[in-house]
Design a protein around this ligand. Structure first.
Ligand SMILES: Cc1cc2nc3c(=O)[nH]c(=O)nc-3n(C[C@H](O)[C@H](O)[C@H](O)COP(=O)(O)O)c2cc1C
Length: 313
């Protein structure tokens, strides 16, 4: 699969997820079969004002490539500057967030709100495309109002601005992040443009991925099903032949994630960020209830290792 000049070895992509798609998690997903990993969104305004935390969100590790860094904002010049910074940091692709429905983001005219002013959206995309030598992509939802497929028009607009590919989160705004994707609406977008379309929304199994690709998408982006489960990418590759992973293997992966988080974020923040996904790693195991209850009290890596040793098969 090709997104502009960027060649991917397969169709399975890790979605950008704020607070989740950080370097440790992205590296684990790459290692387990994600063909492209997308970083959590970074504010173009915050980068403009040299916010240290946001600058660090552009950090890229050598074993992550190919990688997409995503920016959000509504000012064409600041977005172009942010795109340049992302490309200079090592992004193979720079993505513009045009789908985030979170009020804090929408209030600034960014995310989903950016699609309300299509002239400004076009300016933002054009400036980003001219600012960098790497491909620029855009990620949309189907639309703010159920049944009115804005993504068809927005994908066409993105294509005319020189965007290399679009991702469509095949849900309407009111669905949030749950419920089945609207595959018919996704097909309508894929049929409308010549640039590659990545489908997204509700992919949990190889069969889900196949159905999404059958709509005409070149690949699928996986979000929540990858949280606490980087092994999903192996399952997607292996399809029905996939064997369940041993409990031992999953415990080891969780421990590796914890070690990488602590190395990257420091012990306190590394463990706090891991809490969000710890339960998901072992959700199907008989010890899950005991583990989950105690995992939320864990504050250090050695406490986590001790707990894992107690519940490990
Ligand atoms: C915790 C969380 C954070 C997210 N952050 C972002 C983000 O930073 N940028 C973005 O474009 N989408 C973001 N999303 C949306 C996902 O990329 C994806 O579109 C959505 O989860 C649907 O895919 P799924 O059904 O596979 O989870 C986020 C979703 C979740 C659950």
């Amino acid at each position: 699969m090709r997104l502009g000049p960027v060649l991917l070895d397969g169709p399975f992509v890790l979605a950008p997820m704020a607070g989740v798609s950080d370097p440790p998690f992205r590296r684990l997903c790459r290692r387990n079969g994600a063909s492209l990993v997308c970083a959590e969104m970074v504010s173009a305004n915050a980068l403009h004002f040299k916010d240290k935390r946001s600058q660090r969100m552009l950090e890229v590790f050598p074993d992550e490539h190919p990688l997409s860094l995503q920016v959000f904002g509504s000012d064409p010049d600041r977005l172009a500057k942010a795109a340049k910074m992302a490309a200079a940091a090592g992004a193979d692709i720079v993505d513009l967030n045009c789908g985030c429905p979170v009020p804090k983001v929408m209030r600034t005219g960014a995310g989903l709100a950016l699609t309300k002013d299509e002239k400004n959206l076009a300016r933002c995309l054009e400036k980003m495309v001219s600012a960098v030598n790497v491909p620029v992509t855009a990620k949309f939802r189907l639309g703010a109002r159920r049944g009115r497929n804005d993504a068809v028009r927005l994908a066409r607009l993105a294509e005319s601005c020189g965007v290399a590919a679009v991702t469509v989160h095949a849900r309407w705004k009111d669905a949030g992040h749950s419920g089945p994707p609207d595959l018919e609406a996704l097909h309508d977008v894929a049929a409308e443009v010549r640039i590659p379309v990545l489908g997204n929304g509700g992919v949990q199994t190889a069969a889900d991925a196949r159905r999404m690709i059958e709509t005409g998408c070149v690949g699928v982006m996986v979000g929540q099903a990858a949280m606490g489960n980087p092994l999903i990418f192996r399952e997607l590759w292996e399809g029905e032949k996939a064997k369940p992973f041993s409990e031992r293997g999953v415990f080891d992966l969780l421990l590796e994630h914890a070690r990488m988080n602590v190395a990257y974020f420091g012990e306190k923040l590394g463990i706090v960020r891991l809490r969000k996904v710890m339960g998901a790693y072992i959700k199907n195991f008989p010890q899950a209830a005991t583990f989950r209850h105690r995992a939320y009290q864990v504050e250090t890596l050695s406490e986590l290792v001790e707990l894992l040793n107690q519940v490990r098969p």
